[in-house]
Write a protein that binds this ligand. Structure first.
Ligand SMILES: NC(=O)c1ccc[n+]([C@@H]2O[C@H](COP(=O)([O-])OP(=O)(O)OC[C@H]3O[C@@H](n4cnc5c(N)ncnc54)[C@H](OP(=O)(O)O)[C@@H]3O)[C@@H](O)[C@H]2O)c1
Length: 313
């Protein structure tokens, strides 16, 4: 279920101008793929310093997916604790573990449970896998699931061809992937290959680390996208269940929430975002880099998956 909720036609005003479109109903509540969890379209990440009161306001506005991620800001945690006290079953808390040692995983999960004052998290993400995830780590996560400390297993990565392996693993219910106007490659390499019933999908880097809104990279004659437009672009793809956002304050949160109320982009807006995305990407292309974690993974598994394939979009 990923359809926008049906409400009367409304107008949306991207930077491209104000368009009155029948398709501009808000993005609706949806199921998070085969997990059966019900979520709003927007997710919130803990990394950018959103105060707890704003995290609570986001919940009141329909945000249900919260990533207690790699940078765990105290205020964000306070917000999650406050919501969990009242409405734990109505929120989806996701945590991430970057560990490559199965023995550390229970400690890492217990630490998050303690910090958030909850008995379980809905989602444990095994993070930054650009090659196969060793079975010992999947098994460690499943043991935590058996104990009731986590409910669903997610994997995140940047190397799209490796997603075939994650998709083939029945233990993995959720995928977290890069998808934005400058990196639309998931449209070709991941979305058509999702399972049935399909995995839940979380898109990250909608603003491409802010570069999609940076006037320095904007092609001549194109209006600049707002953050709102970046989130709308990702959410306009029906294969995206949740688009993560990283607002740091009330103003940026409002911009993210606007994406929900403005709803899907029309063809002209999508084409504009793709033109901007291609130009931004061309102006900022970096030589492929290999991270410390990837070196560790390769040494540990002796698996030679290809380099990160980001050049083709
Ligand atoms: N597991 C993984 O592999 C992975 C990968 C990527 C991201 N994540 C997580 O996903 C979460 C969300 O990160 P994201 O990169 O996807 O979020 P995002 O919302 O696409 O990007 C956040 C960036 O956008 C800017 N921004 C946000 N709202 C804005 C607004 N209204 N106006 C102008 N600039 C705005 C922020 O800039 P300012 O700070 O300057 O305001 C920030 O640099 C984070 O918790 C992150 O840790 C995980």
């Amino acid at each position: 279920m990923n359809a926008a909720s049906s409400s009367p036609s409304s107008s949306s005003s991207s930077s491209l101008g104000t368009v009155t479109a029948t398709a501009a109903a808000p993005f609706g509540t949806r199921l998070l793929g085969r997990t059966g969890l019900s979520v709003g379209p927007l997710g919130l990440g803990s990394s950018y310093g959103l105060p707890g009161s704003e995290v609570e306001r986001a919940f009141e506005r329909g945000v249900r997916f919260f990533l207690w991620g790699s940078r765990r800001r105290a205020g964000f945690g306070e917000g999650l604790r406050a919501i969990a006290k009242r409405r734990r079953e109505d929120m989806v808390i996701a945590i991430q573990s970057y560990t490559r040692m199965a023995s550390l995983m229970p400690w890492s999960v217990d630490r998050a449970l303690k910090a958030l004052g909850t008995d379980y998290v809905d989602v444990l993400g095994l993070a930054w896998w650009n090659g196969p995830v060793p079975q010992r780590l999947i098994d460690a996560a499943l043991r935590l699931r058996d104990k009731g400390k986590i409910r669903h297993l997610m994997i995140s990565g940047h190397h799209r061809p490796t997603f075939d392996r994650f998709i083939a693993d029945p233990a993995v219910d959720l995928l977290m992937l890069r998808y934005n106007a400058a990196h639309p490659g998931a449209e070709r390499e991941i979305f058509p290959r999702l399972g049935a019933p399909r995995q839940g999908t979380i898109a990250f880097t909608a603003t491409r680390w802010g570069t999609l809104m940076d006037p320095r990279y904007l092609p001549a004659g194109e209006p600049p996208p707002r953050a709102t437009d970046c989130y709308r672009f990702a959410l306009s793809n029906p294969n995206v269940d949740v688009c993560l956002s990283g607002p740091k304050d009330a103003r940026e949160l409002d911009a993210a929430l606007d994406a929900v109320s403005e709803g899907p982009m029309d063809e002209a807006e999508l084409a504009w975002m793709r033109r901007v995305g291609a130009a931004v990407r061309a102006s900022t292309v970096k030589k492929s880099q290999i991270s410390a974690l990837e070196i560790i993974d390769k040494l540990a598994s002796f698996s030679f998956c290809g380099p990160k394939q980001l050049t083709s979009g």
